[in-house]
Design a binder for this molecule. Sequence first.
Ligand code: SIN
Length: 256
Amino acid sequence: MTRAMFADCGVIFFRDQQISEAQHIAFAQRWAPININRFFAAHPAYPEIARVSKEGDQTSNIGGEWHTDHAYDLEPAMGSILVARELPPQGGNTLFASMSVAYEALSEALKTKLCDLKAVHSAQHVFSARGTYDVDNEAGDQRIGNAVAAEQLPEVIHPVVITHPLSGRRALYVNPTFTIRFEGMTAEESQPLLHELYAHSIRPEFVHEFVWRPGSIAFWDNRATWHFARNDYQGYRREMHRITLAGEPLRGARPV
Ligand code: SIN
């Protein structure tokens, strides 16, 4: 597998892999430095690995809204490598949407308008003490933490249409979890266009639903895709190990 393949596909799936945590880390390091997630519970022995888990007695899952990882960072994560460790008997699929295909399907007039816009991203409303994860989660849930760090996160601005750093292809770079508004507009003013883009981006022809099996791994590009973890396996445990790879500042679709 090459960087060109990764850039071309946006997400790559592997089946029937029996890899240890150390091999997961070694594979990740071949691609980029590891960007340790500040909000998810870390693996007790391997801090580079974030545990994305849901116990049988928990009702909320992690990642159950469309998003792309670390969009709230100045240099958003290049990619994420998710390894299935324990799966429910059925359900718990992950959906991936292509943001370059979604962009390309827009009208020329809307593409032109979007190329001139930037958007503000944040994780405060998600990971802070008053954030959505805290509100939804059961008391004593240790899966998400570091609310103080979330409160201190500055808002960051990225182009709404990026030029992908590897492929050079254009992609939409706003998402329903971390994008809070367009630069120069209020959140309220931004909502109609953001919602139009969100509804457009998850049209079935842009989405692939991945069915996990023991030994499955998904490696996705956070600059080219969104993902969404289905929460349809109540009463069963699901545990995934995620490593997030460092990225770089994003360039817009217009020369600066
Ligand atoms: C994530 O959002 O990174 C996790 C996706 C999943 O658990 O399927």
